[in-house]
Design a protein around this ligand. Structure first.
Ligand code: ADP
Length: 253
């Protein structure tokens, strides 16, 4: 009987209970707010490429279009579809991690072949933005990792490097073996990250400054997924950055 048992509870304890309930209510409200913001930013992220897809497919279907223009529109359509696919993949990984149904399956593969393929995949978007993509892997070696997950890590880091770079700059992917570990650097000459934000960018939904987020688009989940994927490999991710000069993300697995 709630009334009877409450009668035996002292004033201090009641006060404490009231505070705990208030804290729970506040937490719940904050979580609900975060959830709404999350859904809103995901919906926004998905609707932007969809707008392009619809617009450019209409244009690409025009009968009097020359071959070159049609190819250009088809490239944009492919690019935007890939973006959507990567975002949905990130969301699925996050959901799996939250439910603890996540596991990595490691295998050996050639660093050079793997990174070469990744660079080829993203090359069209780099070309379109006049950003040079350079792969440095002087000696080939075997990476021991979950190749699909490492691919996702690299695509997220390269997508950011591209998104936050200015035209006519370069992005370098550098890979090497250090003792038994694989070290990969993704180096850009882009806008950089303020030092106060460096610790926070790996948190889910954290984005540096609302104003620059509006310019660049993005959901704020890419780096959170990257960090979880790297850590699921028993690895680490570090970032060095100078505002206005560029950023270097280093993963070691
Ligand atoms: P987003 O979808 O916003 O890019 P991320 O989780 O991938 O989300 O990144 C979090 C924030 O970190 C970004 O909003 C951006 O401000 C900053 N950031 C990430 N990578 C870079 C980079 N290479 N250069 C500059 N800023 C970056």
């Amino acid at each position: 009987d709630f009334n009877v048992s409450l009668a035996n509870v002292g004033k201090d304890e009641l006060g404490e209970l009231a505070r705990s309930i208030q804290k729970l209510a506040d937490d719940l409200e904050r979580l609900q707010k975060e959830r709404n913001e999350f859904l809103a930013s995901i919906a926004h992220e998905l609707s932007t490429p969809l707008t392009y897809l619809i617009g450019y497919s209409k244009v690409a279907m025009r009968e009097n279009l020359n071959e070159n223009d049609r190819n250009h529109y088809l490239e944009i359509i492919t690019e935007e579809s890939n973006r959507m696919k990567e975002l949905v993949k990130n969301l699925l990984e996050l959901a799996k991690m939250d439910q603890n149904t996540f596991s990595v399956s490691k295998e050996y593969f050639s660093a050079r072949l793997f990174l070469d393929n990744i660079c080829k995949r993203v090359a069209p978007s780099f070309d379109m933005n006049n950003i040079k993509l350079i792969l440095v892997c002087e000696e080939d070696f075997e990476i021991y990792a979950d190749s699909l997950r490492l691919e996702q890590i690299m695509l997220n880091l390269l997508d950011n490097a591209l998104k936050y770079s200015n035209k006519n700059t370069k992005v370098t992917v550098e890979a090497m073996k250090q003792e038994e570990r694989t070290v990969i650097n993704v180096i850009d000459e882009g806008i950089g990250i303020p030092s106060d934000d460096l610790e926070l960018i790996f948190e889910k939904l954290y984005r540096v400054e609302k104003s620059r987020s509006r310019t660049f688009g993005g959901s704020g989940i890419g780096l959170a997924v990257v960090k979880e994927l790297v850590e699921a490999h028993g690895g680490t991710i570090k970032v060095k950055s100078i505002l206005g000069e560029g950023s270097t993300f280093t993963i070691t697995i």
